[in-house]
Design a binder for this molecule. Structure first.
Ligand SMILES: [Zn+2]
Length: 302
């Protein structure tokens, strides 16, 4: 099987959202659909690799967030032979996206349409549920599903054993091509940092040769990458806890997190343009909301 990265050119910007095209001799598969607003780029990507819509037999979703799976309903119509694989907890939201859209609207408000476009339901008979631990034949090879909660409760990562590549969705963070800096995507409502650290440990045990985060690309320095992500998750948690104790507002915390993180990114060699591109995959107000909500929830249940 051959793996190709399709750049979905999200918001007219390259290297923010990827879909991964798996090419076999007789069939093809996709990991991630991207949002509906990027559908044209996805279909162009298939075309560029001489894949006809009928050739795509499997579509693997790491989780149901709109930047990863938003185009699924449309694709169910455009890819007549494709079965969609999703974690069992995400399944009902693929069949009926109304709750998912409500939750996303709380985060993105008026920008919903511009960012994501319309999310249509996926017919039940086109969906298959996974819980992690399965091996699924695809593109003349297999993908192994691994349950990797933390960014979302229902998150899966997929290992392709021949190339030893792990399609990591958001569990391995945001890292754009040519960069070493890893930004943890921590949006509301359901990040769980304890589960996330355990998922990082699981990935260490799987020991893939490369990580393919949806935001964006393919990276071989797996140990360093995971180490930096884990450290930053812990660092951000402590930082937000401390600032909440100091009664800082959400706006203040987001601004301080940005200042602190931009400085770290610059120190790792990124330029101002790169920090903006990272923002398209996860901006500080949203990431701060997720962290503050997580801290509050944890304190309430303690
Ligand atoms: Zn994402």
């Amino acid at each position: 099987m051959k793996i190709e990265i399709v750049d979905l050119n999200f918001m007219g910007t390259e290297h923010v959202i990827a879909s991964f095209l798996l090419l076999g001799d007789s069939s093809a598969a996709l990991v991630e659909t991207g949002p509906t607003t990027c559908l044209e780029h996805l279909m162009d990507g298939l075309d560029e690799h001489n894949v006809s819509p009928e050739d795509v037999r499997e579509v693997f979703l790491t989780h149901i967030h709109l930047d990863h799976a938003g185009a699924s309903g449309h694709l169910a119509e455009l890819l007549p032979s494709a079965t969609f694989y999703v974690h069992e907890v995400g399944y009902p939201h693929m069949v009926d996206p109304s709750k998912l859209l409500k939750s996303a609207t709380r985060i993105y408000g008026e920008r919903m349409e511009e960012l994501w476009g319309e999310a249509r339901p996926v017919p039940e008979d086109r969906l298959k549920v996974l819980e992690g631990g399965e091996e699924i034949e695809a593109a003349d090879g297999v993908l192994a599903a691994h349950y990797t909660p933390g960014h979302a409760y229902h998150h899966l990562a997929y290992l392709e054993p021949d190339s030893d590549a792990l399609f990591a969705g958001d569990v391995a963070g945001i890292r754009l091509p040519g960069q070493s800096y890893i930004r943890p995507p921590t949006p509301p409502p359901e990040i769980d940092l304890d589960a996330w650290v355990q998922s990082i440990e699981l990935i260490r045990q799987i020991a893939p040769g490369s990580l393919l985060p949806t935001h964006f690309g393919c990276f071989d320095d797996v140990e360093r990458h995971l180490g930096e992500l884990e450290q930053r998750l812990q660092d951000w948690l402590l930082f937000v806890e401390e600032r909440m104790d100091g009664e800082a507002t959400r706006e203040e915390i987001a601004e301080e997190l940005k200042t602190k993180s931009d400085a770290e990114m610059l120190a790792e060699g990124a330029g101002p343009e790169e920090t903006e591109h990272y923002d398209l995959a996860g901006d500080y107000p949203t990431l701060t909301d997720g962290l503050m909500r997580y801290v509050s929830k944890r304190r309430e249940s303690a």
